[in-house]
Ligand binder design. Structure first.
Ligand code: NCD
Ligand code: ZN
Length: 353
């Protein structure tokens, strides 16, 4: 199969940043996806509907007019950052806005810009109860932080300590287990009650943890949750290509300036937005299941969030191309995943009106 045509996909988990970084990266997501769930971990975090509204305007302003058939417009789907003090009434405002589509739970200290996150899940029970009532999804970074927990066991620990009891307590709360990375998480999501789904990143489909240490330490393969074992990668690939609508696309593309990655204490996050859907095509092709990419990338997420699927289509061609070794990123540089190396699939430029 040399071309692949499918309904326009969406990215159900992306970091677009702000300011000059936003201007540098948003166009990559908008060129591929119709919509994206935009993470709220700015500094300061997006903790209210008013802040989300202003951020949404900045995202739209950062996008050049799209050189495509009339009417196509990238739609940022905004999220709120759950803190210990986010009031239940704020959920009402968020729901009424029409543009806030989820509330993100970062356990405090779990990842980049998570210091304002939830210190104890019990603190947010009233807010979660309101989300359950209003049908506002909870998006979880499913890792337990803390020096006593092995970095490779954080996801499993979170399932047992937080997620499983939470799903029992709030039986109707819609939950997305973001960027699952282990066979354990895949099994958990498959067997969970209704209203539970998971996103999967391209890097966790394409790599195991050896990538971080191949020939030396490779900071551009460091993200959170960290890459796992080969058996985990296989389980993720099985889940993504299974046709099970609980698993859908979420890149977790998370750009950082080069110096912040190539450092004695480098930031977590891989930038994949410049080749996102193309990379998923590689992974699905490896599994011999290109026919299942459309469901994963364009249908299941929209269905879960209660949004319409897109009308227009995109076309991918099996034609290798080489991303640059760096992109401009405000004042600095951004090292993209696979920069200077070949990507097997190419996105066709959109047909002109
Ligand atoms: C994300 C970031 O840089 O904002 N980093 C990452 O490794 N994925 C935060 C996150 O989603 O964990
Ligand atoms: Zn993320």
């Amino acid at each position: 199969m040399n071309t692949l045509t499918m309904q326009r996909p969406d990215d159900w988990h992306v970091h677009l940043r702000d300011g000059s970084a936003l201007a540098a990266v948003a166009k990559f997501t908008a060129a591929r996806f119709g919509r994206a769930i935009v993470m709220p971990n700015l500094e300061p975090a997006i903790t209210s509907t008013a802040l989300a509204a202003a951020y949404r305007e900045r995202i739209l302003a950062a996008l050049p007019a799209m050189n495509e058939p009339a009417g196509r417009r990238f739609e940022p789907l905004m999220t709120l950052y759950l803190t210990d003090t986010l009031a239940a009434q704020e959920i009402d405002r968020a729901k009424a806005s029409g543009f806030v589509h989820g509330v993100k739970l970062y356990p405090a200290g779990a990842t980049t810009h998570s210091d304002a996150g939830v210190t104890d899940i019990r603190h947010v029970y009233p807010t979660l109860a309101r989300m359950e009532e209003l049908g506002m999804p909870l998006l979880v970074h499913g890792e337990t932080p803390g020096p006593e927990i092995d970095v490779f066991d954080r996801e499993a620990h979170f399932i047992d300590a937080v997620l499983a009891p939470l799903l029992e307590r709030f039986r109707r709360l819609k939950v997305v287990f973001e960027h699952v990375t282990t066979a354990r998480a895949v099994d958990f999501v498959r067997a969970a009650r209704g209203g539970v789904a998971a996103t999967i990143t391209p890097q966790h489909l394409l790599h195991n943890r050896n990538a971080i240490f191949s020939g030396g330490i490779r900071p551009h393969y460091y993200c959170l949750p960290i890459l796992k074992r080969e058996a985990d990668r296989q389980a993720l690939l099985d889940a993504a290509t299974s046709g099970n609508p609980r698993f859908f696309l979420g890149t977790d593309s998370a750009p950082h300036e080069r110096a912040a990655k190539e450092s004695a204490c480098g930031c977590a996050g891989m930038f994949t937005a410049h080749a996102a859907i193309e990379l998923y095509a590689e992974a699905f092709e490896q599994a011999g299941r290109l026919d299942r990419l459309e469901g994963f990338a364009a249908h299941f997420g929209a269905d879960f969030y209660g949004l319409a699927r897109h009308d227009e289509i995109i076309t991918l061609t099996k034609e290798p191309w080489v991303p640059p070794v760096s992109y401009d990123f405000g004042a600095g540089a951004l090292v993209p995943y696979r920069g200077g190396e070949s990507v097997a699939w190419r996105l066709e430029p959109a047909a002109r009106a």
